[in-house]
Design a protein around this ligand. Structure first.
Ligand SMILES: *Cc1c(COP(=O)(O)O)cnc(C)c1O
Length: 422
């Protein structure tokens, strides 16, 4: 569910007509709904209300300061995967004891930053990382809480680029070697083992892979406890998918997911952490773009938009589907046609959709990409020297720019000439 609906013939973001934002900030742009962000966080929070828990928003899906502030103020923790994300979380006022640090390549500098700034736990992904973390912790006279990320070798049945829980993936340690790695951690004076971490992938549209992984985590909890380790926290990762095409069957809801967690690991008495990203931010955002040209090809019509793959890379990168709708509501029975929907970037990968059936539109019309809040703005670039597009936040009947579009001068001024060319 989201808060981008047609009202009086016009697409609205909550109570604001999308066309009004376009007139104010220009196109293309991202727009986010405060109500949707809060609602999705609350759904997860309530789904785990049967026990001690913390919902940590996976910041990599959408890391604008305003978004972090909304979720942080609502009580969310943050799952960060870099020193940059850690700094963003702190800058938005999230306390260190609600920040979890994930990722396979944490550097000693990032560890130092998080230990001195405060951290809830590190999710350690390898033995060499554990050695470095122990050294950094000891050098600071600290004992840092850790979980070890285990790779349960479960097929998440999602796009290969976002599956993370199979043995061939770079993430975590093989679950078969967990006892050995936990024994190693227990001998390190700078570390305090507190739990287990698992994250099997993103955009999962079934519960079975989660179930398989969480059952393995439950078994491992018993084994590690018998070995004498304290396992009091289970970080179960993120990954619950969203319906990108409205015509698709809806994926499982957070309530079903919460019930699954209770069923598989609830009896262990652990504090539960989850790290949803996409399900909180995905449907909370649109990318709005303008039609530049409608061009007739040999056997097809091209809809050439002012938004491109550098602004929203998901279709090019993950073969992702986004519903693309006119901002002016089509009248019932409006003429439909098929378009190849493309951007102006000079490569064929800059294609958002092929043969997409949609209402007829013309040059200067606005269209909206639905479900563009997650892995949209955060993955954008300035390829083809197209300045990063602005982000806008709506709350009820108000809207504000939360990341302005840089000017061309600002974009160019980031390059510097070496003295010998100046
Ligand atoms: C990407 C990621 C998430 C969030 O995944 P979503 O599919 O957006 O929910 C959570 N945890 C870790 C460790 C991740 O890498």
């Amino acid at each position: 569910m989201d808060h981008f609906l047609y009202r009086d013939g016009a697409l609205h973001a909550e109570d604001v007509p999308v066309a009004e934002i376009a007139a104010s900030v220009g196109t293309p742009f991202y727009v986010y709904s405060t109500a949707t962000l809060k609602r999705h966080f609350t759904l997860f929070d309530e789904a785990l209300s049967w026990g001690d828990h913390l919902v940590c928003f996976a910041m990599k899906s959408l890391s604008n300061q305003a978004v972090i502030k909304i979720l942080g103020d609502a009580g969310a923790g943050m799952d960060v995967v870099s020193g940059g994300e850690y700094r963003r979380a702190k800058a938005a006022g999230v306390p260190g004891d609600r920040i979890v640090f994930s990722g396979v390549g944490k550097t000693a500098e990032e560890m130092h930053l998080a230990i001195t700034g405060g951290i809830r736990q590190f999710n350690v992904e390898s033995e060499p990382e554990m050695v470095v973390l122990d050294q950094v912790a000891q050098s600071l006279g600290a004992v840092v809480p850790i979980t070890v990320r285990v790779n349960p070798d479960v097929d998440a049945k999602t796009h290969a680029k976002i599956a993370t829980g199979k043995s061939e993936n770079k993430f975590g340690i093989p679950i078969s070697r967990a006892r050995e790695v936990y024994a190693m951690a227990a001998r390190m004076p700078g570390l305090k083992v507190i739990g287990i971490d698992v994250h099997i992938g993103s955009q999962l549209t079934e519960l079975e892979p989660f179930e398989a992984a969480y059952k393995k985590v439950a078994e491992l909890t018993e084994v590690l406890r018998a070995d004498g380790h304290e396992i009091s926290r289970l970080d179960l990762g993120g990954g619950l998918g969203i319906p990108y095409a409205r015509s698709n069957a809806a994926p499982p809801l957070p309530t079903d997911y919460g019930a699954l967690i209770q069923r598989t690991v609830g009896h262990l008495g652990c504090e539960i952490e989850i790290e949803p990203g996409r399900l909180i931010s995905g449907n909370a955002g649109l990318m709005v773009s303008k039609v530049i040209y409608v061009k007739s090809g040999e056997d097809r019509e091209f809809l050439i938009l002012d938004g491109a793959m550098n602004d929203l890379i998901r279709p090019a990168m993950y073969d992702a589907w986004h519903d693309i709708v006119p901002v002016v509501e089509p009248v019932p029975g409006a003429e439909q046609t098929r378009y190849d929907i493309v951007g102006p970037v000079c490569e064929s990968g800059d294609t958002f959709a092929k043969g997409r059936e949609m209402p007829v539109v013309k040059a200067d019309d606005l269209v909206a990409f639905r479900s563009a809040g997650a892995y949209g703005a955060v993955m954008s670039s300035e390829y083809n020297s197209r300045p990063m597009i602005p982000e806008v936040l709506v709350d009820g009947d108000q809207f504000a720019v939360i990341r302005p579009r840089p000017t061309y001068e600002e974009m160019i001024a980031r390059d510097t000439l070496p003295v010998w060319l100046d």
